[in-house]
Design a protein around this ligand. Sequence first.
Ligand SMILES: NC(=O)c1ccc[n+]([C@@H]2O[C@H](COP(=O)([O-])OP(=O)(O)OC[C@H]3O[C@@H](n4cnc5c(N)ncnc54)[C@H](OP(=O)(O)O)[C@@H]3O)[C@@H](O)[C@H]2O)c1
Length: 414
Amino acid sequence: MPVRVAVLGFGVVGQAVVRRIVSVPGPLELTHIFNRRIASKRVDWVPAPVVWTESFDEVLAAEPDIVIEVIGGRTPAGDYLRRAIAAGCHVVTANKQLMAYEGPELLAMAARHDVRVGYEASVAGGIPVLCAIREGLSGDDLLEVSGILNGTSNFVLTRMAEAGLPFDDVTREARERGYAEADPSDDVDGHDARAKLCILVRDALGLDVRPADVHTESIRPIRPIDFTYAADLGCVIKQVARAVRHGDGVLAWVRTALVPATSPLAHVTGGQNIVILRGASGNETVLGGFGAGGGPTAVAVVSDALSIAAGSPLTSPGGRALRPAQVVTTARGAFYLRFIVRDRPGVLAGITSVLASHGVNVDAVLQAPGLPKDALPFVVTLEDTEAESVAAALDQIARLDFHVVPPLALPMVG
Ligand SMILES: NC(=O)c1ccc[n+]([C@@H]2O[C@H](COP(=O)([O-])OP(=O)(O)OC[C@H]3O[C@@H](n4cnc5c(N)ncnc54)[C@H](OP(=O)(O)O)[C@@H]3O)[C@@H](O)[C@H]2O)c1
């Protein structure tokens, strides 16, 4: 029996999904394409029997087996998915914001209606990370998930490091080359990675973490000089999403971090993504590939639809026993502090005396030669320290009168 599929949204991902479904022999039979202003969307490569519509009622009235949502945003996409579930349809979505904010409720509703929700494409695009958690790693007790989950930020940081250009110039280039949207805030400010981290934490660790609980920092304050100092320390700078079991709760954040040049995280360049899962028994499993783009994302969407067609329950170990978790945002660690100051005698002594008064030990001081004295960038690295002590010291240091820009603190991970 063919499995009848309706696709909601005929944009970048929707078109790639439809291309896969109509070009690959298999059980999936495309019946409807739904989009607003549908007349402007028609293309001649979609087989004639497929119905083009801007009426969701018409889609539901046809009783599809699977509704694929690739519209994006929480509204009206969430309403369409709830109506599809209530009507007894399985659903597949690439929508990270919807799954991050409303995933547990949608999954609970789907369980009540005895239908399945596929959302592989909502995390790391074409990398089958949720499938790996559900199938290949279900025999382990996963303790940690970390990764580079946003290709736009990774592209911007990679180009800044390569070309020594400031954030604004590289972001403009990223827009021109199709790596960034007109407004890249969601990506560069960490909200996109945060949404994906919440989904990963639920599936991998079985903990219900909501986006608002995850400490999230922007990559905007990073300057080209930071890459120079990071290289001196044997590190690169990356937007890292990380969640680690912490007692009964979880430590979870999205931060710009210094990563050792030898770490798998350091080798992910341009628009690529990586996910590292650490288990109690299996240790580290590293998954990498294209985290976005129509083709890779469509593969994840269509694979979910095929799994549903084959009868897979698509239930992750975490999803079976989800429990609310206390989210911790800071922990012990080493830090990189970058200051840009109007140079004068006593600046370094002022900073180190505040650090000492908070019990924070300095590891090293780095200052490249020949830099301008009216905006002198230098770095202080800290030994393993309680993050709260660092934050309190920095708060006090930021009030000293020699700063040209606010001090920057980056964790050094790995
Ligand atoms: N692009 C990627 O690389 C990627 C990767 C992973 C996940 N995703 C996720 O996939 C989803 C789709 O992304 P996309 O890049 O394909 O977006 P897109 O190119 O903007 O496509 C969205 C489509 O949905 C239509 N649409 C928007 N609002 C609608 C509404 N209220 N009613 C009916 N149709 C509506 C749009 O129509 P108009 O043309 O009229 O606006 C457009 O055709 C999002 O959840 C995104 O986060 C995308």
